[in-house]
Design a protein around this ligand. Sequence first.
Ligand SMILES: [Zn+2]
Length: 414
Amino acid sequence: MQNLSKYAYKILRQLSFPRLAGSESEEKAREIIVSELRDLNLPVKEQSFSLWTFKPGKGEVTLKGKSYEAVPYGNTKPFSTEGHILYVENPDYLDNRDLNDKIILTYGRVRGEAYEKLWSKGIKGIISISQPLVGFSFSSISQRFVDEDKIIPALVVDYETGLKLKENEGSPVKMEGTTAVYKGTSVNIITEIEGSKDPDEIILVCAHYDSVAISPGATDNGGGSAIALALARYFAKRSPSRTLRFVWFSGEELGLLGSQAYVEENKESLEKIKMVINLDVAGDPIGQNSALCISEKDTVSFVSILSKEKGIPFNVKLDIYSSDSMPFALYGIPSINLARFGGKGTFYIHSHSDKLNYVSKDGLSPVFNMALNILERLDSSVVFPLERKISGELKEKIQEYFKRMQGKKVEVKW
Ligand SMILES: [Zn+2]
């Protein structure tokens, strides 16, 4: 297994560069993954889907004649706009004031319902303040709002600039950005190892290989992508009894686009998928491991017992996870989401600094080993041991999630 963690780390090294969905760098990352799969003699299928993506540009905020660096939100159009700063801690607490000439200054990303609310109030722009010490924490405008031509000029600033702007609340400020949104194409990579005994029972292993535009995405999610390849390598040489399907999704960072496209296009065969094992965020040398089960409680017990049996510490919980397993959850397909947090890599998630220097081979081992143990157990069971069901407890959380993130009202189909 040591060898496979080493292999995963080798792949992670190759993948640690910004991999914006729909861009040439996504293509470069795809070539790395596809060429590994071909070396393993595995069949490769590519699923293209269209999306709003962008050519990343520069940004700037000017206050009292002084300019501060900023990063435009993804999916904005070039803009230059002026307005007065209004600090809004939480858009839910906005009164019915006219916000026509206001530039909203707020902590963190604005999306979903909050974004829609600000749009309807006719604001001039949004300035998002990043958390302290990370530099710029990247954000993008949702696909839906681009579709509806509701693009608000929006920038991300670092924490210090945010403080300065807040101290000058009410002052006029100028925002400029040169990012240019366009309709592009992105690709999911799919391979499969057919089951020798129960080929119609599918276990789907997935990881998103795109990153946010400014980040090398070493932990998010070069780590998970590399681990998925190491797992494919392990099983390619064996003959699993159930079908193992591996998918590297793109467009996750722009709103779970690859997994949504996958679920939409494969509706008839979804019922064959017994379980999704999603790998998103791994590589921190120091950290804690998490298994979030969007499932019935039996899966929580299963993962928890296995983690103790193998001595790989995992915090196991029945809960949702903001990742590619969510579109599957809408159809009642359960998932186990494995991740590792706690080091510098994940501290800097979605910024310039989620980079190779902060990940290690040992940081990949727990997630890799746990995924491998789960897969071997599930595959060697005479009868598939876990319910293909999601606990009713999570129903509301799942619907709430889509509303908050995408401003979309969804109904779970179970
Ligand atoms: Zn991720």
